[in-house]
Design a protein around this ligand. Structure first.
Ligand SMILES: Cc1ncc(COP(=O)(O)O)c(C=O)c1O
Length: 396
């Protein structure tokens, strides 16, 4: 080992030790099955209650077929960024389908949701001329995006449009962009979107809603968290959606008025300087969008399961959060205890990864339980029985 590297490695080891000592060390697990309600790990099946594949589409035959067809036509790699030569007719077709489904003027595809959020904050944000305001519990990608945008960053009390309004009033005439998750990724609760949209309109702030966990799940027709309250493009000018969750794929989109999309194309560095999504992904996501519009039973079954879980959880006094979405957090508090509970369940065949700081605030480590339309009642019962066996971790 070159001796000049040794001091760096010593520092890195010390940092790793520190992370281990506070119970926040992270490891990856490798599975050898497709995504689904059961995953195979080292030849053993584990019931999966932590994926974002809410509609059970990640391994759906229609998506596999779409990929195979597109593979024959386009091959694998997209070759370059969309602006160079990476954009195919599969990209255009998906953008058009999404624009129609979301009832927005235009859509632009991004390689990940993280990059979509980074693009929105950096290209549409005010920079040094103003403020970006975000919910305290926004997803990390929105928080990072605000910081990297060079705007002044302000965070308002969680899911509280009045707190947002106070900040908007205090910072008066400056340009303002407001960022919020629709469904909060670690808590499953839904932002007061109507109130936030009204406040933004009143104070001439541009509103961006990241609907990563609502899109294709919420709303009478699966159009997402904006559908229920009937929020149009005039109310929420910028909507972000991702493909890696309910749509069972990978990638993301931004939907909004034409000038917004045009400015993203001109200025969004995570769009300009990244290889385009492969066409096979676009084809698969478009197939998923068809299923979202055809197979209503997936959302109905998903919400039946959620209701069943919540009713059964109440019967055993399981202290889950107030969420009505597929994300059902069981707050344990201490990070090491949350990991221990997760490990015990895993040993018994149930996979629910522990979520710890900095993903969630200190003292709120949790099991983030999620449901998919492909779960069965029997599987939910097995989860509940597992949690009951380990009640010592959550009983107050
Ligand atoms: C609310 C939210 N926004 C954005 C992202 C990032 O999306 P992606 O995984 O496509 O980068 C995620 C999750 O990963 C998320 O939960």
């Amino acid at each position: 080992m070159c001796s000049s590297v040794a001091p760096f490695l010593r520092d890195i080891e010390a940092e790793l030790d520190r992370i281990r000592q506070v119970g926040l060390y992270r490891t990856t697990r490798t599975f050898d099955s497709p995504q689904g309600n059961v995953l195979r790990w080292q030849g053993v099946e584990k019931l999966n209650f932590c994926s974002n594949d809410y509609l059970g589409l990640a391994n759906h035959p229609a998506l596999r077929l779409a990929v195979n067809h597109a593979l024959d036509h386009y091959g694998l790699g997209s070759g370059a960024s969309q602006l160079v030569c990476g954009r195919s007719s599969a990209h255009v077709s998906l953008e058009n389908a999404l624009a129609e489904f979301t009832k927005r003027d235009k859509v632009l595809l991004f390689s990940t949701g993280y990059q979509a959020n980074l693009s929105v904050a950096t290209a549409l944000g005010p920079g040094r001329r103003g403020y970006i305001l975000g919910d305290r519990l926004n997803h990390a990608s929105l928080i990072d995006a605000a910081v990297l945008s060079r705007s002044r960053v302000l965070r308002y009390r969680h899911a509280n449009e009045h707190a947002l309004e106070e900040l908007l009033v205090r910072h008066g005439e400056k340009q303002k962009l407001v960022l919020t998750d629709s469904v909060f990724s670690m808590d499953g609760d839904i932002a007061p979107l109507e109130g936030i949209a009204t406040v933004c309109r009143r104070h001439a702030a541009m509103l961006v809603v990241d609907d990563a966990h609502g899109f294709a799940v919420l709303g009478a027709t699966g159009r997402g968290a904006l559908e229920g309250p009937g929020l149009s493009q005039a109310d929420v000018p910028v909507m972000v959606g991702t493909f890696g969750k309910a749509l069972g794929g990978f990638g993301a989109f931004v939907a909004g008025p034409e000038p917004v999309i045009d400015l993203l194309i001109q200025k969004a560095r995570p769009f300009i300087y990244t290889t385009a999504l492969p066409a096979i992904i676009c084809a698969a996501v478009e197939a998923a969008l068809v299923l979202v519009q055809k197979e209503y039973w997936r959302r109905e079954k998903l919400f039946d399961l959620i209701r069943y879980f919540r009713t059964s959880a109440a019967e055993i006094s399981l202290p889950i959060g107030a969420s009505e979405t597929p994300i059902q957090p069981l707050i344990i508090g201490d990070a090491s205890k949350a990991s221990e509970l997760s490990d015990r369940l895993f040993a018994e065949g149930i996979l629910v990864t522990a979520i710890r700081p900095p993903t969630v605030p200190r003292g709120t480590s949790r099991l983030r339980i999620t449901f998919s339309a492909t779960h069965t009642l029997d599987q939910v019962d097995r989860l509940l029985a597992g949690l009951l066996r380990h009640r010592v971790y959550w009983e107050k």
